[in-house]
Design a protein around this ligand. Sequence first.
Ligand code: PLP
Ligand code: COI
Length: 367
Amino acid sequence: MGTITESNIDIDFSSDTSTPPPGLDLNPEHLEFGRVVAPLWFRSWYREGAWDAGKVEKWNPIELHPAALVLHYAQSIFEGLKAYKAPDGSALLFRPGMNARRMMHSAARMAMPPFPEHAFVEAIRTLVDCQRKWIPDAPGSLYIRPTMIGTEACIGVRASHEYLFYIIVLPSGSYFPGLPPGKTGTVKVLVSETVGRAARGGTGDAKASANYSVTLEVIEAAKKKGCAQVMFLDSSGHRTVEEMGGMNVFFLRGDTLITPPLTGTLLAGITRDSILKLAPALGIAVKEEIIPFDDLIAHVKSGQVREAFACGTAAVITGIESFFLEGGGSVRVADGQVGPVTHRLFDALRSIQYGVSKDPFGWVVKV
Ligand code: PLP
Ligand code: COI
């Protein structure tokens, strides 16, 4: 058992929950993303206007009233971050304060109570400390999923007065089946030219569960075409590039890395922000700019766009092999392989996350 930092979180766990059972395969090469959930969670209830101090304990399936607001009106938000095992065996979190602040932003948008930043980070530190033996060796990681749901039983359309905030942790390898963890590869991407993900004034910049349900139909259609992700365009019909269903997107046009600006309809990715800071430190120019989709395709065809990649906590940095169009046909990015700039950024980011190289930005938090 690791050292628990000073906090008022109640902790109740035993060796059968802190240590993976013998025979459970935590080899990151074999782990399917999102499938294995470690036995402990952190949970806190919001009742009568306040969060309780929270508890780390063995989770059980959640009992919900059939009229619980989350089940009817999707009052549900979540976050995603990871704990990485450093060469000295310690556990490292990557910019958890940013997840805390983004969750507070999501909560405000969905009329939910904020879970304070300090309590959020402390809950993650405590849970990861209790589950540190569940962190797979590099290139694996422990995916951390904070979640908040409105639990009050009432089918009137209004905000819940009662909430459950919980955090589960999942030993993980690669997000994309078929791409080995620790290396970046390329995936095919379907461009959703008709189905929108987020409208102006909607919830695109919140990590609201509802943003994901509206993408499932097109994600399933993409899979049938052999595409691992979907890229969305703005839904006001201007046909500008926004983001993927679960990650942001960058393009190397000439020698400049470009990505769409945060217009309120896409998620402010922590990986995106990190790349915008890391790239200049590596001598790579970056620019946030509106990217008309037709120009993008023309520039990919002419070779001006030399690399494209998706980025996010789960996906890390994953190259884009080609864009499939809804009307049929596809356009390959360069030779369809991971380009050198994508490689450099992937290596630089992961070295910081795993504590292999210096962290000049002060991003990493040791547990
Ligand atoms: N965009 C969407 C819709 C996402 O779900 C995610 C993943 O969390 C991202 C972007 C990337 O965000 P981050 O880098 O913080 O994981
Ligand atoms: C993440 O990268 O953490 C995400 O939340 C994306 C996806 C798994 C939904």
